[in-house]
Design a protein around this ligand. Structure first.
Ligand code: NAI
Length: 327
């Protein structure tokens, strides 16, 4: 007998990330080839026709695992009884819009969605916020959902993690599968701190293998931090398939386990590494049995502390900037 279907909500369903994400989820890339799914698709009223078009294409793939699809512009309908939420839809920055206005516009969206999750979702729901500013949007949703465990709210740092892995593999000429223990601390923004001080290749130190601190500081860190901008410049559009892939990696590892590998997740801090409790920040974690655990007791040197604090300051400013909107 096949398993009962899992309900997965995706917001921003008419957008470009969703155009890659939905098909991969329906194909079993997220929860496995034996797990039926029901997709609950949320987008704005003016995007409903486009969502219907995407749904026609999903139907035309004849995915065997796709049991049902719900389309709505109401977060309460989208989040009813869901096991997973991938919150991709967000308000983009328009021309002339200040950061403060962008934060407020998104605070409004994620307050409403947090409340709807609080009311409608499974108590074990796993939530990933992709829409930017992802860490602060996740923080807002978490603060708006007091009846759900805080640990259920996460933000996407996995694209940054995967970008770091790819750069390290290229520089060291080692296969990606052999590289472990890479971290991206902080915020999904140019203040992020990609850190390979603990990384290994087949158990040996990658830092010693590369032995090039200048490359780390002047090439690696800025390349990873500016990769999103470089993709926009080349493609004319922001990263979409790679963002969808990272969202799948994040959720799959959280749900099914990372088998001892370190992965980066934006999570509410437990106070580790001097990051104030409850702040949504990128940490190295391992995942097992549907839970994540922060990799603890890593040594933080002076340079790393400075970089980690830079991201912390930015996140504190963002999260303080929306506090008054949270009641
Ligand atoms: P897009 O503009 O193609 O699609 C966004 C969709 O969200 C649109 O269909 C829009 O109607 C919908 N939307 C807007 N407000 C909504 C709301 N309140 N409820 C439901 N749906 C809503 O954008 P794209 O390329 O799919 O990117 C989505 C978000 O992901 C952006 O905020 C982008 O900055 C972010 N992103 C985050 C990354 C990360 O690593 N954390 C990486 C890449 C993108």
């Amino acid at each position: 007998m096949s398993k009962p279907a899992k309900r997965i909500a995706i917001s921003g369903a008419a957008g470009q990330i969703a155009y890659s994400l939905l098909f991969r989820i329906a194909n079993g890339d997220l929860l496995g080839k034996d797990q039926p799914v029901i997709l609950q698709l949320l987008d704005l009223p003016q995007a409903q026709a486009a969502v219907k078009g995407v749904v026609m294409e999903l139907e035309d793939c004849a995915f065997e695992l796709l049991q049902d699809i719900i389309i709505t512009d109401d977060p309460k309908i989208a989040f009813k009884d869901i096991d997973y939420a991938l919150l991709v839809g967000a308000r983009p920055r328009s021309k002339g819009m200040e950061r403060k206005d962008l934060l407020s516009a998104n605070a409004e969206i994620f307050t409403v969605q947090g409340r709807a999750l609080n009311e409608m979702a499974s108590r074990n729901v796993k939530i990933l916020v992709v829409g930017n500013p992802a860490n602060t949007n996740a923080y807002i949703a978490m603060k708006s959902a007091p009846d759900l465990p805080q640990k259920n709210f996460t933000s996407m740092m996995r694209l940054d993690h995967n970008r770091a892995l790819a750069q390290l593999a290229a520089q060291s000429k080692q296969p990606i599968a052999e590289i472990e223990k890479v971290i991206v601390w902080g915020n999904h923004s140019p203040t992020m701190y990609p850190d390979f001080r603990f990384a290994t290749v087949k158990g040996a130190s990658l830092q010693q293998m590369l032995n090039d601190e200048a490359w780390n500081r002047t090439v690696f860190i800025p390349t990873v931090a500016q990769r999103g901008t470089a993709v926009i410049e080349a493609r004319g559009l922001s990263s979409a398939a790679s963002a969808a892939n990272a969202a799948i990696d994040h959720m799959r590892d959280w749900a099914l386990g990372s088998n001892g590998r370190w992965v980066t997740m934006g999570i509410p801090s437990n106070g580790a590494y001097g990051i104030p409790e409850g702040l949504l920040y990128g940490f190295p974690v391992t995942t097992a049995n549907g839970d994540y655990t922060v990799v603890s007791d890593l040594e933080i040197d002076t340079f790393s502390r400075e970089r980690m604090d830079l991201a912390l300051q930015e996140l504190l400013e963002e999260q303080n900037g929306v506090k008054h909107l949270l009641g």
